[in-house]
Ligand binder design. Structure first.
Ligand SMILES: C[S@@+](CC[C@H](N)C(=O)[O-])C[C@H]1O[C@@H](n2cnc3c(N)ncnc32)[C@H](O)[C@@H]1O
Length: 662
């Protein structure tokens, strides 16, 4: 879960300065209020509307773009393909779309050349089409049409390639090259076409392997992002939480959910799509700002028609204020909906405040996320004031971006601003407890210790936000873009809580630290089994003891056996019967080799096969021994790495295989 609170941001200094202007009476007045709209209204008046730093978002710069293109050309000539690509990418980001089309098309065409060299044929084709669309010079078109044909050939789209070769022959008529060169080029293409005709080449459909995780069985009838193995329950102490409706095997996919909103961290905007978080090789720039790019036209259009047209003019103001991703998410929840939408639902919001209606549950519905837990009654005056002040800042950004521009009448505008300010303040509370980190597995090479999960941005997942924590979590989260997948990392008994992982887990953090973190960040006292029984951390688990089940039915005692023990019959101190551990010992003989096999499969990029081995190992361990024990958690760690490798990764598994095989 995301853990950066407002207090830790640079923005806090403005709040501290504002607080110093307040009298004791002001605090008393603020405390006497009891809803977000009133708190924001009060702060707005007390701060005289709020004076916040305001930066102009970086726009386009033609000269700089041309300079970058030239640098790209130099690198390309030197054979530095990746460097050239970076320059062309930056150049396109900076180039004004209303600038000289010819120059623009040349940057696209040059990028297509480097993409072709990097075997990124689809991306190269996209740049070629765009270069042609925006007016690539007629006398040069033969070059990119020829490249287009070669890309299509590489993609085994032979019929289209033939068409593109023919177009190249025609385009050569306009080429400003010597007659001799033109004729030679045309002849080469004719030969190529003749060979293709002779061999009767047919289009091939290259396999596109979809590795997107899906729920296998039925879905929960209400919480449709979850499997029907998941029940959502409620109790006074723990609030809503997830529970297993039947026994869940380790590895089961329990939830696949779209983010209600997802915000990319600004440090990742150069490398990832601002909308879907996919890694970008050659992005589509925002037409207005030079801050963000997208993996495709589809993502660009979605972002622009949804939220980015409001965020684009104020991105620099937002980023330079240093506010956390949860603050940006509060803004996004507003900016991705129109002011008219909020004006229409405002009465419904008032009527349903605090009411959790399962019948109306819908993870893409604003009314659902509006009801997520926020512990407002337990908040201090300082906390509420800080959030109201932050809401005012975010509100000022929306105003600056023209969010309220459709409202003409002053009084109506004022009321709409307070409505939105109040909602932002509410989400600043909600996201403190409910936001998730969206991550990617950074694969650096063939050393598993170097595989790390890195933070790309924050997301809100309405159903997963209903899961409570245990320091021995039952699930692992991974992502396809911004879609989340939660998968069982242990066998979960029917009726057992399906525990989330809020960060501190018992294998790596001592109980005291976990309890402090959970109570400060999530405001509950953890009473999970590892906390209650003070389970040892992984490093303190004795590798020389085995924890066997007592065989007697209904005796839940654990038999602790030293690894050098010579007895096969182990007496139970509780039921006084003997358990023969021979069968268990025999079964466990294979565990070491299964672990090694799983690791070597992982390192050769065979993730699904590795996962199958670790699941086999998990079953073997859990059928014979009782956690907590070291091998069980080492196996879970590898299961986690396999799950993560099935989601967002810094390099594709195909690339990993190539790195390893070279
Ligand atoms: C993401 S929400 C989980 C769903 C929440 N229980 C609800 O009713 O919406 C996080 C909040 O759930 C509660 N919570 C989570 N884990 C808990 C646990 N193990 N015991 C008690 N409360 C817990 C805390 O109030 C925490 O702030």
């Amino acid at each position: 879960m995301v853990d950066k609170s407002i207090e830790k941001t640079n923005f806090n200094k403005y709040f501290v300065a504002f607080k110093e202007t307040l009298s004791k009476n002001d605090f008393i007045k603020f405390k006497s209020l009891n809803n977000c709209n009133d708190w924001v209204k009060w702060i707005k008046n007390a701060s005289l509307g709020g004076q916040f730093p305001n930066k102009t978002t970086y726009g386009k710069d033609r000269d700089e773009a041309i300079d970058l293109k030239d640098k790209g050309n130099l690198e390309f000539l030197k054979g530095n393909k990746n460097e050239a690509l970076n320059f062309y990418n930056d150049s396109l980001l900076l180039y004004p779309i209303d600038g000289d089309k010819k120059e623009h098309s040349i940057i696209r065409a040059n990028r297509s050349a480097v993409l072709y060299e990097l075997n990124e044929y689809e991306l190269a084709l996209n740049d070629i089409e765009k270069a042609l669309e925006i007016g690539y010079p007629t006398d040069l078109q033969y070059k990119i049409l020829d490249r287009k044909a070669k890309c299509l050939l590489a993609l085994k789209k032979h019929q289209k390639a033939i068409k593109a070769f023919r177009e190249t022959i025609t385009a050569l008529d306009n080429a400003k090259i010597s007659l001799e060169r033109r004729q030679k080029w045309q002849k080469d293409i004719q030969i190529m076409l003749a060979v293709m005709a002779k061999n009767n080449v047919k289009d091939e459909i290259l396999p596109t392997k979809s590795n997107v995780s899906k729920i296998k069985g039925k879905r929960n009838a209400v919480y449709t992002s979850a499997s029907n193995l998941v029940d959502i329950k409620y109790n006074e102490n723990a609030g809503r939480y997830a529970e297993a409706s039947a026994e869940i095997p380790c590895g089961e996919i329990l939830l696949c959910e779209k983010a209600y909103c997802a915000v990319l961290l600004n440090e990742n905007v150069k490398t990832h799509c601002f909308q879907c978080f996919k890694r970008i090789i050659a992005g589509e720039p925002c037409p207005t700002c030079s801050c963000v790019k997208f993996c495709s036209d589809k993502c660009k259009t979605t972002a622009l028609t949804s939220h980015h047209h409001y965020e684009c003019p104020v991105l620099e103001t937002l980023w330079s204020s240093g506010i956390s991703v949860t603050c940006l998410m509060s803004l996004r929840i507003i900016s991705q909906n129109s002011i008219d939408f909020f004006l229409t639902i405002q009465n419904k919001l008032k009527e349903t405040d605090g009411m959790w209606n399962e019948k109306e549950y819908n993870s893409s519905n604003f009314l659902t996320i509006y009801q997520l837990v926020r512990h407002e009654k337990r908040r201090s005056v300082n906390d509420l004031m800080q959030r109201a002040y932050m809401a005012l800042f975010l509100l000022s950004c929306l105003k600056q971006a023209g969010y309220f521009s459709t409202i003409v009448e002053e009084q109506a505008k004022e009321e709409a601003e307070i409505l939105i300010g109040g909602l932002i303040m509410r989400f600043l509370q909600i996201l403190q407890f409910n936001a998730h980190e969206i991550s990617e597995l950074e694969i650096k090479g063939a050393d598993l210790k170097e595989w790390k999960s890195i933070f790309l941005g924050g997301g809100l997942y309405p159903t997963l936000a209903l899961f409570n924590h245990s320091c021995e979590p039952a699930i692992v989260r991974y992502f396809h873009g911004t879609d989340i997948v939660a998968r069982a990392v242990k066998r979960i008994k029917a009726g057992e809580m399906i525990a989330e992982n809020y960060g501190p887990i018992f294998t790596v953090k001592p109980r005291k630290e976990r309890q402090i973190q959970l109570s400060q960040q999530y405001w509950f006292e953890c009473s999970c089994i590892p906390c209650t029984n003070n389970w040892p951390m992984l490093d303190y688990m004795d590798p020389n003891t085995l924890r066997f089940h007592c065989d007697t039915i209904n005796c839940n005692n654990v038999l602790i056996v030293e690894s050098d023990n010579m007895n096969i019959q182990i007496p139970c101190r509780v039921c006084r019967k003997q358990t023969n551990i021979m069968k268990g010992l025999k079964a466990l003989q294979d565990s070491e080799s299964l672990f090694r096999l799983g690791e070597s499969l992982m390192l050769s990029g065979e993730i699904e096969k590795a996962l199958a081995k670790f699941l086999e190992l998990y079953e073997l361990l859990v059928n014979n021994l009782v956690p907590p024990f070291r091998d069980y958690y080492l196996c879970q760690q590898r299961l986690r790495s396999c799950f993560l490798a099935l989601g967002n990764t810094s390099i594709s598994i195909e690339k990993l295989k190539k790195i390893i095989n070279n």
